[in-house]
Write a protein that binds this ligand. Structure first.
Ligand code: SAM
Length: 287
């Protein structure tokens, strides 16, 4: 089958099925074969791999995945795309399409059934309206993952990758970096998609840690501390934590912890590393 990454082929499929793009599903289909090659390359897909694709659209990237992987499962929410996928993927016997909202999918069961519970690869040109819930959902499901290689809004990719002291650093950076090592592998302009999105995009590879890089005795508490610290960006860490109903200790106790960690009381959340957030939450736990 001729690549759908060539714009004329995508247009022909869309016309054949009289397909109407649905904005509410974040539908921007890739029409650039170089970008598709880059994604497959960055994900390091081999014939041993089971790959989960989120939002296959008309199957452009799915075809590439089928060529390179052992098995592919593609989860697509839009029922109008299902007959199209049956057509565009008819040459492949190593793919199944599930018509479902990925946020409702039982991933654990899928990985057990399809990959003996071994770490899987996830590849997607994500719908931008739910990028964060999808990525955090994957991490928090604790399903075994090797890497997640995804197209996201450029600004979101930057937020995932940056460290302390920059304006983009926040709860998303820390959450992603707790679970994975992020690397932006390509910047992708709007003209690589149909229709063109209003924002720039980037492909980011998240190589998942098999052991977390810091020791948080209570992950949930650490993430509460992180969220509380960034909720009121202009406030000091002490005030941010003290104003949060999720933080179970008094202002005096917060001050004592910061002193013990030799941090100035004027410090803001955006200056702390992941290691320091883990230590802060561990000390809170033992108060
Ligand atoms: N992979 C295709 C490509 O690269 O051309 C399409 C990418 S498009 C940016 C996002 C796709 O995700 C669309 O096909 C959309 O219908 C689908 N989608 C949106 N929300 C979804 C959800 N909650 N679960 C599964 N698929 C979803």
């Amino acid at each position: 089958m001729a690549s759908l990454g060539i714009p004329q082929n995508t247009i022909a499929v869309l016309q054949k099925y009289n397909f109407n793009f649905q904005k509410k599903f974040g539908q921007n289909f890739l029409i650039d074969t170089h970008v598709l090659d880059k994604i497959i390359d960055a994900a390091g897909i081999t014939k041993n791999d089971f790959v989960l694709e989120i939002g296959p659209g008309i199957g452009t990237m799915t075809q590439y995945l089928c060529e390179h992987a052992r098995e592919v499962v593609a989860v697509e929410i839009d029922k109008n795309l299902i007959p199209i996928l049956e057509d565009t993927l008819s040459d492949y016997d190593n793919v199944s399409v599930i018509n479902e909202d990925v946020l409702k999918l039982n991933l654990d069961e899928l990985v057990r059934e399809k990959n003996d519970g071994q770490p899987i690869k996830v590849v997607a040109n994500l719908p931008y309206y739910i990028t964060t819930p999808i990525i955090m959902g994957l991490f928090e499901s604790h399903v075994p993952l090797q890497n997640i290689t995804v197209m996201v809004q450029k600004e979101v990719a930057d937020r995932m990758q940056v460290g302390p002291g920059t304006k983009d650093y926040g709860a998303l950076s820390l959450a992603v970096q707790y679970y994975a090592r992020p690397e932006i592998v390509a910047n992708v302009p709007p003209n690589c998609f149909m229709p063109r999105p209003k924002v720039g995009s980037a492909v980011i590879r998240l190589t998942c840690h098999q052991v977390p890089p810091v020791e948080a005795e209570d992950e949930k508490l650490m993430f509460k501390v992180i969220r509380a610290s960034f909720n009121q960006r202009r406030k000091t860490l002490v005030n941010g934590l003290n104003n949060s109903p999720d933080i179970p200790i008094t202002k005096e106790e917060i001050v004592r912890i910061l002193e013990a960690m030799q941090l100035p009381l004027t410090i803001r959340g955006e200056a702390l590393t992941l290691q320091q957030f883990a230590e802060l939450s561990n000390r809170m736990k033992h108060i």
